[in-house]
Design a protein around this ligand. Structure first.
Ligand code: PMP
Length: 378
């Protein structure tokens, strides 16, 4: 039978999202698809609190990095990466692929980048963009994107603020326009509650202007916004259009989930994720386990990264949790990978607590620890 997928994405689907994927073959220019795509674009503006340009493109979150790097950065330009783990390293690699000169602000595992470090870096050099991983899925660290954006706006007003929100959009507060964020990169399979397969982005008018003013050609074919902007505009105007075939069934699914998210209210959703996270983190603390983030002040609300207790490893704990019906994830950050595990608490698993997903997960953790011979505070 189906085990609950309680990893930090993909997450559990709502039944209506699942149903939306089971639609008959549909043309990407069909009269019943065009408005679904168009409305999804409009709903995304509400989710991201932006008047900017959303993109929904077949691909995954990683495509959002390629889109950012290839459309907004020209070879030789400087980019500052606020690096809180694995995904900062990877975004940096992607930027370098397109010729960016990348400087990382690195922090010890479990820490978040400091505003003062960002301010100091901006005083030393002119950066085209600053990137921030909102929630680094490898550490469960939540970065202060509002604070960092404020520092960038003050120290270097022209620098673009780019947020990797793959593990935060839909679970953490993000206000693109009022916080001065130019790009949010995300994907369908985490707190947006849809299957993997869609790269989802929000881009400010300012960043679109920077893109249009670039001097060199975009060094990418599929990811080139020159090709995608007319497509997004056409669907929003409820007109057929084609560059590359959209993932029709995935868009149907995302549309259902976005409607649910907006109907429930973003404010409400942020609170529910905070409450669920506080409950999970208290449970973990009461078991005598330690979180990877060094403080609750910078711990994500949609996931928890937890060190194994002394003498227990991934091969002990994760299969036992699975036997209790819960799929959790192993470690990902290279420095500590074998030493910790991760659980996701995003989307319907927390917005519909009556489903009991989080309680089942926490109880499975407790039982599995006990079966491993853990003698801590059980
Ligand atoms: N950034 C972050 C913070 C992520 O968690 C992930 C996926 N786990 C990615 C980027 C890459 O997204 P995808 O796997 O959808 O390509």
């Amino acid at each position: 039978s189906h085990k609950l997928c309680m990893i930090p994405g993909p997450i559990e689907f709502h039944e209506d999202v699942l149903q939306a994927m089971a639609t008959p073959a549909t043309s990407h220019v069909a009269a019943n698809f065009i408005p679904v795509f168009g409305e999804s674009i409009e709903l995304l503006r509400q989710v991201l609190f932006t008047s900017g340009q959303p993109f929904i493109i077949a691909g995954s979150g990683t495509l959002g990095w390629d889109m950012t790097a290839s459309n907004l950065i020209e070879a030789g330009e400087e980019v500052l990466v606020c690096n809180s783990g694995y995904f900062g390293d990877r975004f940096g690699e992607c930027l370098e692929t397109y010729g960016a000169k990348v400087t990382h602000i690195r922090v010890p595992v479990g820490e978040a980048p400091q505003l003062a470090a960002v301010a100091a870096a901006l005083k030393g050099k002119k950066y085209k963009a600053v990137t921030i991983t909102h929630v680094d899925t490898s550490t469960g660290v939540l970065s202060d994107i509002k604070g960092i954006a404020e520092v960038v706006r003050k120290e270097s007003p022209e620098t673009l603020v780019v947020v990797d929100g793959v593990c935060s959009v839909g679970s953490e507060e993000i206000r693109m326009d009022t916080w001065g964020i130019d790009v949010v990169v995300t994907a369908s399979q985490k707190a947006l509650g849809a299957p993997p397969g869609l790269c989802v982005m929000g881009v400010s008018e300012r960043a679109i202007g920077v893109f249009k003013a670039r001097k060199t050609p975009v060094p990418n074919y599929y990811a080139n916004w020159t090709r995608w902007l007319p497509i997004m505009n056409a669907y929003e105007a409820r007109k057929p259009s084609y560059f590359a075939t959209p993932a029709v069934q995935s868009v149907f699914a995302l549309h259902v989930s976005l409607k649910q998210i907006v109907a429930q209210g973003l404010e409400n959703r942020f609170i529910l994720h905070k409450e669920a996270s506080a409950k999970a983190k208290k449970f973990i603390h009461d078991l005598g386990l330690k979180l990877v983030p060094t403080s609750l002040d910078h711990a994500a609300n949609g996931m928890s990264a937890v060190y194994y207790p002394e003498g227990i490893s991934a091969t002990d704990l994760l299969p036992r949790m699975a036997a209790h019906g819960i799929v959790a994830a192993g470690g990902l950050h290279v420095d500590i990978a074998p030493k910790y595990f991760r659980i996701g608490h995003m989307g319907i698993s927390v917005t519909e607590p009556e489903r009991g997903h989080l309680d089942t997960t926490l109880n499975a953790l407790k039982s599995a620890l006990s079966e491993c011979g853990y003698k801590g505070a059980l």
